[in-house]
Design a protein around this ligand. Structure first.
Ligand SMILES: [Zn+2]
Length: 256
């Protein structure tokens, strides 16, 4: 199994990061993709794959972080991101996206468009967060050419009705802990609407812990709970498919 979205670099793992990794490998996780939240994370993240090749990293600016960054620094950050993305140790562009609850949505969109351009330039896949901003995101992808390496809608929050539009644009979709919640109608309907070849799984740790750990800190070792719930909801074994999809999307080497 591959955890396609996990914030293993955040402070909440500072006390026991090595133990968290050991539990992940013991649980059958083969690789973990850590998308950066912001500029301070980029350089430290690039060092990680050399220490532990099963941890791979993406570089970007999280939409929830945008309002806390000085707008005067946007161009400087994006120029540095461009330079760092030339490094083969960065396998993806992100996290980036649109989050209506965080404010400054127009600035978020400008920065997201710059991430699209960088993904096309560096031939790397784009890791996108869209929350309460699907109309704006749809408008954006109608004018912005898709990166040929692909786009992953992480912790997909769109409706089942919306899925075919995103499928048409070539998007992939990953799901996290909420698919294990019995009352979660919307993510379960969305999960059923995604073609098997476009499906992936993630923990989004430390957030969105699956049942029965809901409300606590999530970690990659809980990934099997999410895969099991996905298989149950779809009445088919998704495990081998989500792993193969993630391996192809992130161009990860085959398991030794
Ligand atoms: Zn994230």
């Amino acid at each position: 199994m591959i955890d396609t979205h996990c914030h293993l670099d955040v402070e909440r793992f500072d006390g026991d990061r090595e133990a968290v990794l050991e539990r992940a490998w013991a649980a059958g996780v083969e690789a973990i993709v850590v998308p950066a939240i912001g500029p301070d994370a980029w350089e430290p993240l690039l060092e990680w794959p050399a220490r532990e090749p099963r941890v791979q990293v993406g570089l970007g600016i999280h939409p929830q972080l945008v309002p806390s960054l000085n707008p005067a620094d946007d161009e400087r950050h994006l120029a540095r991101l461009d330079a760092l993305l030339a490094d083969p140790r960065a396998i993806a562009v992100g996290e980036c996206g649109l989050d209506a609850a965080s404010g400054q949505l127009e600035r978020q969109a400008r920065i997201l468009k710059a991430h699209f351009a960088l993904a096309r330039k560096h031939h790397k896949p784009l890791l996108v967060h869209v929350l309460r901003a699907h109309p704006q995101f749809r408008a954006l992808i109608e004018e912005e050419p898709m990166p040929e390496a692909g786009l992953l809608m992480h912790s997909y929050s769109g409706s089942a009705e919306l899925t075919p539009r995103y499928v048409k644009y070539g998007c992939h979709f990953s799901f996290a802990g909420p698919v294990t919640f019995a009352e979660a109608r919307r993510p379960l309907d969305a999960l059923k609407s995604v073609p098997l070849g476009r499906l992936m799984v993630e923990t989004d740790a430390p957030d969105q812990a699956p049942h029965p750990h809901r409300g606590g800190r999530s970690e990659p070792a809980l990934l099997p709970l999410i895969v099991e719930a996905m298989s149950k909801v779809r009445s088919e074994e998704v495990g081998p498919h989500v792993t193969a999809n993630a391996r192809a999307f992130f161009r990860l080497p085959a398991r030794p």
